[in-house]
Design a protein around this ligand. Structure first.
Ligand SMILES: Cc1cc2nc3c(=O)[nH]c(=O)nc-3n(C[C@H](O)[C@H](O)[C@H](O)COP(=O)(O)O)c2cc1C
Length: 305
C-alpha cells in the first residue's frame, strides 16, 4: 500500500500560491495542512487574513486549516466562523511553534508546559462545536514530560489525529529527532499519529516507516523544499527529466508570486526558498551567498535559473 504523504505547514513559505504550484508540477502529496492563522474573538475577523485558506484558492487537494491561540473561546469563535464562511469541518491546533514571541505569549509550543490550558481548549471546542480537531505538537517545550502528561490527558477526547515533531521547542530545529521518545509517545497515545521531522530522503522514510509501522501518515516539510520530487520518489513514481521539471516549476512559481507579492515580496520569498533549493540544484555555499546578496528580482531570476 502507498504511504499517505502530507505537506507540512511552513509559515511564510507554503502559502496557497506555493502549495498550488507545487501540486501542479509534482505528485505524491495527498493532503495539505495550511500554516497557522490566528484564533480570534468573533467580531475581529478580517477577510484578508483568511485568503490563504479560502476554498477558491485551495481546489488542488484537501486541506486542513491550522489555528494558533490560547483562549478556548477564540478557537470556538474562529472554527464556527470558518465553518460558516468556508465550510471547513476539520481544524488543527498548533502547540508546536517554538519561535520566542509566540512562546512568550503562551501560544504554539508555549502551551506545552500548560496541559490544563491545552485540555481546556480541546474540551471547550469539542463540547461547543461538532468539528473534528487535531493537534500538531512537539515532545514538549523544555522537557518530554510535558508531552507525556498531555498525551495521557488527551486520550479521552475525540481527536482526529496528532502530528508529532519529535524535538523539544527549546531545541528549535537543532540536533536530530528523538525517536526513542517518539516511540514511547506512540505507546502512550490512543490517537492516530502523523510523523513530522527530518524526512529528507527516501532512505529516511524507509528507515522510519520500518521502525514505526503504526504511523498513519508522513508529513514532509523542508524535505519537499530540498527535493520537490521527494514524495514521488517515496511512492516509487518515475520522476523523468528532473532539471526540466524543476525549472518549469520555478518559473511558474515566480509568475504566480509576482502579482500577489510584488517584486520585493517575490524576491524575499525566493531568497528564503533558495536556502532549500540549493540542495536540489547542488548550489555551493559561495554561490548561494552571492545569490542572496542580489537586490533586483530580474537579476536574481537570471542568476538562479
Ligand atoms: C520556516 C518554517 C515554518 C514553519 N511553520 C509552521 C506552521 O505554520 N505550523 C506548524 O505546525 N509547523 C510549522 N513548522 C514546522 C513544520 O511543519 C515541521 O513540523 C518541521 O519543519 C519538521 O518537519 P520537516 O523536517 O519535514 O521540515 C515550520 C517549520 C519551518 C522550518
Amino acid at each position: 500500500m502507498k504511504p499517505q504523504i502530507w505537506l507540512a505547514p511552513l509559515h511564510g513559505i507554503t502559502s496557497h500560491t506555493f502549495r498550488n504550484t507545487l501540486c501542479r508540477h509534482f505528485g505524491g502529496i495527498d493532503f495539505f495542512m495550511a500554516p497557522f492563522l490566528p484564533a480570534q474573538p468573533a467580531g475581529k475577523f478580517r477577510p484578508k487574513v483568511w485568503q490563504d485558506i479560502a476554498p477558491e484558492n485551495n481546489t488542488a487537494l484537501p486541506l486542513v486549516p491550522q489555528l494558533m491561540g490560547n483562549r478556548p473561546e477564540h478557537f470556538v469563535d474562529t472554527t464556527r466562523m470558518l465553518n460558516e464562511h468556508f465550510g471547513y469541518e476539520r481544524f488543527n491546533i498548533n502547540i508546536g511553534c517554538p519561535s520566542s514571541p509566540v512562546v512568550r505569549h503562551r501560544r504554539g509550543c508555549g502551551l506545552m508546559p500548560h496541559p490544563d490550558s491545552v485540555e481546556e481548549i480541546v474540551a471547550e471546542v469539542t463540547k461547543a462545536t461538532p468539528f473534528h480537531l487535531s493537534l500538531k505538537m512537539r515532545l514538549g517545550l523544555h522537557s518530554a514530560d510535558e508531552g507525556r502528561q498531555l498525551l495521557t490527558r488527551l486520550n479521552d477526547y475525540p481527536l482526529d489525529f496528532l502530528v508529532i515533531h519529535p524535538r523539544l521547542g527549546v531545541d528549535l530545529y537543532e540536533g536530530t529527532p528523538d525517536l526513542d521518545t517518539f516511540e514511547e509517545f506512540c505507546q502512550i497515545t490512543r490517537h492516530k499519529i502523523v510523523y513530522s521531522g527530518d524526512v529528507f530522503t527516501t532512505e529516511d522514510y524507509e528507515r522510519l516507516s520500518e521502525r514505526f509501522p503504526q504511523v498513519a501518515a508522513w508529513m514532509l516539510g523542508r524535505g519537499m523544499l530540498r527535493n520537490p520530487f521527494l514524495a514521488e520518489e517515496i511512492k516509487g513514481q518515475d520522476t523523468g527529466d528532473k532539471n526540466g521539471r524543476f525549472n518549469a516549476f520555478y518559473h511558474d512559481l515566480i509568475d504566480k508570486l509576482l502579482p500577489i507579492r510584488g517584486e520585493s515580496g517575490t524576491l524575499a520569498n525566493l531568497k528564503e526558498l533558495w536556502h532549500y533549493f540549493a540542495h536540489f540544484t547542488h548550489t555551493s555555499d559561495e554561490k548561494l551567498q552571492q545569490l542572496l546578496r542580489i537586490c533586483d528580482l530580474q537579476e536574481f531570476v537570471k542568476v538562479s535559473s
